[in-house]
Design a protein around this ligand. Structure first.
Ligand code: 6PG
Length: 238
């Protein structure tokens, strides 16, 4: 992977990677608390972050001063098996990290589009810029809920758009095909540090391809390294 685009941290297995990432994120959060009195962490859903969440929950940070929110959410009840809020509550907001302040990306509205104004208010109140935004990547090159070819992609990537989140229509399989809400590129890059957390050779190859492809037809994940002044780290293991 070209280290010039993103610094690459490689671990021998997914558990070691999760522990390394937890240490890295905890250090950034503690630095934020020490320097600014508060810190903000943005995390993604899916299956990859579970061991990272578990490791981070056991790590000493001044958690009462840390806010946590999501890069995206599936528009499902918060106790649904596919809800990212459920994932974060079950694996991250436990142990020491149970004292963090969590801002969900879901309201009681039936449709994501109807919930966006309320979410926007909650998001604006967070202590931006984030200290760390941890992104995952799907096998189609999506990140957060920014899917290649989606009707909302251009709006989500528009640097001139001031809103921090938007409703995204249900993606195609193999993604969980439900209405979603996603942070915009502008919000995802309102951060001191971007991390791409991936495991498995096929994701590594896709990421390398996305890095090589330049700006011709960029996959959504390329937003992660699109700002020269925001450091991007890839945390990778097989
Ligand atoms: C979500 C996401 C999404 C995720 C990737 C990778 O679907 O909620 O935040 O962008 O990070 O799809 O998911 P896996 O870790 O399950 O491969």
């Amino acid at each position: 992977m070209p280290d010039a685009i993103c610094h690459v941290h490689e671990a021998p297995d997914a558990l070691t990677l999760a522990q390394d990432l937890a240490r890295f994120v905890a250090e950034r959060l503690q630095e934020g608390v020490s320097q600014r009195g508060a810190a903000l962490l943005v995390v993604s859903g899916g299956s990859t972050p579970i061991p990272f969440f578990k490791a981070l929950a056991l790590t000493a940070v001044d958690w009462p001063k840390v806010s946590v929110t999501l890069a995206d959410e599936r528009w499902l009840p918060p106790d649904h098996a596919d809800s990212n809020e459920r994932l974060v509550r079950a694996h991250l907001l436990q142990g020491l990290a149970s004292q963090a302040r969590f801002v969900p990306l879901k309201t009681a509205d039936a449709l994501a589009a109807h919930g966006v104004p309320e979410l926007e208010v909650a998001l604006q109140a967070l202590p931006w810029p984030a200290d760390v935004v941890v992104l995952g990547m799907g096998s189609d090159g999506h990140t957060a809920s920014l899917f290649p070819g989606s009707a909302q992609l251009a709006e989500a990537l528009d640097d001139g758009r001031t809103a921090r989140c938007l409703a995204v229509s249900a993606p195609l399989l193999p993604n969980v095909p439900v209405d979603r809400v996603s942070l915009s590129k502008r919000a995802l890059l309102d951060t001191r540090q971007v991390v791409i957390h991936i495991t498995g050779l096929s994701k590594r190859q896709l990421l390398e391809q996305a890095m090589r492809a330049g700006l011709a037809d960029p996959l959504p994940i390329t937003l992660a390294w699109s700002r020269a002044n925001i450091p991007c780290q890839v945390f990778y293991s097989n």
